[in-house]
Design a protein around this ligand. Structure first.
Ligand code: AGP
Length: 606
């Protein structure tokens, strides 16, 4: 998720663009750049880091011009540095992009054959070279031809030095909005960047383009059919917009999950062969086949994702797995034999306990595969190979979308290793088909948000809560309890349901809410018996159950239904109601949901 802004009009563009970027900084903040149209070509400046770094390196005398585009980056392909920052330039064309070009590697090979030279690691630079390669005096046509060859998601803004006050924009899968002004027009990833200048906007839909000049706005499809778009009035304030109309970043990030889960596996699945391709894993099939043991290192929510990964890898890749608290692992004397692969999971990529545990494992001979959300983070840089989860910036301290994307990536790694072992192509294809359904199934769970809010009201004043699940739902019980603890300050514990009888059952009475994750799987009947044990002691029960399961409804005070999926992917669905429940309980209790007390988004101290 990056931020794009463009303007063509009568005012000096540079200050408008810089102001717009600052309002989009929550979308990405690892590098930024600007391109201003001037009589003798475009003036392009790019800088690593926050907008203020770019601002500091600008020569405002050089920035005279009333048309330009700008970008703030959240890296997906290529570490945060000046070369990988946008705008990317080819010939006289400058381009800024938000999204992922899935087939960029194949296009790059063809363009290289035509003598094209690339100066960055990005997928985006391939697109600007493709447009330049197809350019024949008309930028709109060149963009249309190029986009017809592109797979993946994009929101782009493009300028050409020979067409000085023109900006061409297009979208598929990434947001783009036009700001309609008086003698000036704007383009941006969201209205936050334009609302200082106009409240008249046009929302582009997938497959649509816009041609902007100071006095005109033309909209058409990427296949060049003219379309008429409605101009709408912005009624929100800035804070609301940056949160996408949600009250908190955490809630926005919970609702982003249908998109972020799809972005996690976008361009990485090979349904025909039931396999996956993970470009960042530079291991040969021989090396993958000779992995003998997996150690997962992580902290907090990432550790819970690792526990789900353990079930997947043992079940479908037949590999022995240990999930270690990174903070404990680094001070033990772990035995690392040849053939040990270490999966190091960290949203931020900077958590010191995880980083040091990774270094310890490597010191002892393990191969390191990093799974992180932040491109160029320390864990990413120090891992031999890795996979980015592509969840976009996660602002809320309580991790939500990163968790479901981590589990999705662990699913892909399970298929990668399984297909080089016992997993058949058919089975792999089935799993990928199921994975492709997950984003829509998650949306079905999110549609129950209002009902979950009502249930939260019932439990908001309790002081304790127990979360119970069996098998792959045990880690989800742990994750649900962690979410409630960290944002509502209610003491909560997650437990394997069968363990309840060995102690925690003593806590059960009419004041102890118990959340059961009891979706239909091989442990279902056993979990229902555990529910009866709680019922017998007057415990209040909230059940996460499979759609259509009326039996559980008779045994629980409240039931939240999730659609069925295969066991390996069910945790992605079962965690959503728990995220929403903890969110609404915290809001009811007046807690600062995005910045909970005593917590940091990235724990970089021991
Ligand atoms: C989760 O909501 C917390 N923010 C915390 O437990 C977090 O998961 C942990 O600090 C690990 O962070 P990481 O994934 O960035 O390494």
């Amino acid at each position: 998720m990056c931020g794009i802004v463009g303007v063509t009009g009568t005012q000096e563009a540079a200050s408008i663009l810089i102001e717009g970027l600052k309002r989009l900084e929550y979308r990405g903040y690892d590098s930024a750049g600007i391109a201003i149209q001037r009589p003798h070509g475009q003036y392009v400046v790019k800088e690593k880091g926050k907008i203020r770094n770019l601002e500091a390196s600008l020569d405002w005398n050089e920035l005279k011009g009333t048309c330009g585009i700008a970008h703030t980056r959240w890296a997906t392909h290529g570490v945060p540095n000046r070369d990988n920052a946008h705008p990317h330039v080819a010939g006289k064309i400058a381009l800024v992009h938000n999204g992922i070009i899935e087939n960029y590697a194949a296009l790059k090979v063809q363009l290289r054959k035509k003598g094209r030279v690339f100066s960055s690691e990005t997928d985006t630079e391939v697109l600007v070279h493709l447009i330049d390669d197809l350019y024949d005096g008309d930028l709109v046509t060149a963009v249309q031809k190029a986009l017809a060859l592109v797979d993946g998601a994009f929101g782009i803004a493009v300028t050409h030095a020979d067409e000085p006050d023109l900006i061409v924009g297009a979208r598929r899968g990434s947001p783009l909005v036009v700001g309609v002004g008086d003698g000036e027009n704007f383009l941006a990833s969201d209205v936050a960047a334009v609302m200082g200048h106009t409240r008249q906007v046009i929302y582009l839909d997938d497959g649509e383009m816009v041609v902007l000049r100071p006095g005109s706005v033309q909209t058409m499809t990427i296949s060049n059919e003219a379309i008429t778009k409605e101009v709408q009035e912005i009624t929100w304030d800035l804070g609301q917009i940056q949160k996408g109309g949600f009250e908190h970043f955490m809630l926005k990030e919970i609702f982003e999950q249908p998109t972020t889960i799809r972005d996690a596996f976008r361009g990485r699945t090979l349904p025909d062969t039931g396999d996956v391709k993970l470009g960042g894993i530079q291991l040969t099939d021989w090396e993958l086949r000779n992995i003998r043991r997996i150690i997962i290192l992580a902290c907090g929510t990432s550790w819970h994702a690792g526990l789900v990964g353990e079930y997947m890898l043992e079940e479908y890749a037949h590999l022995p797995v240990e999930v270690e608290y990174a903070s404990e692992f680094r001070y033990r004397s772990p035995i690392i034999e040849p053939g040990t692969l270490c999966l190091v999971i960290s949203q931020s990529g900077e958590t010191i306990d995880t980083l040091e545990a990774m270094r310890e494992a490597r010191r002892r001979g393990a191969k390191i595969l990093g799974i992180t959300n932040v491109v160029g983070s320390t864990i990413a840089r120090e891992s031999e190979c890795g996979v980015y989860i592509h969840a976009g910036p996660e602002i809320g301290v309580a991790s939500t979308k990163a968790f479901t994307s981590q589990v999705t990536i662990l699913g892909l790694i399970t298929i990668l290793l399984g297909r080089r072992g016992h997993l058949s192509a058919d089975r792999g294809t089935q799993m990928l088909k199921e994975l492709d359904r997950v984003p829509d199934l998650v949306q079905r769970v999110l549609d129950q948000a209002e009902r979950i809010k009502d249930i939260a009201r019932v439990y908001a004043n309790h002081h304790n809560c127990l979360y119970l699940g069996r098998g792959v739902n045990f880690p989800i019980a742990l994750e649900g309890a962690l979410k409630l603890k960290e944002i509502s300050y209610i003491h909560a514990e997650g437990y394997p349901a069968a363990e309840m009888k060995h102690g925690p059952i003593a806590l059960i009475d009419e004041n102890m809410p118990v959340v059961f994750i009891c979706t239909k799987d091989s442990a279902y009947e056993k979990v229902v018996s555990n529910m009866m044990e709680v019922r017998a002691r007057k415990g209040r029960i909230i059940a996460i159950a499979t759609e259509g399961d009326t039996e559980v409804a008779q045994r629980a005070d409240h039931v939240l239904y999730v659609p069925p999926s295969i066991p390996m992917l069910q945790p992605i669905l079962s965690v959503i109601p728990l995220q929403l429940l903890s969110y609404h309980v915290a809001v009811q209790r007046g807690c600062d949901v995005d910045q909970p007390r005593n917590l940091a988004k990235s724990v970089t101290v021991e």
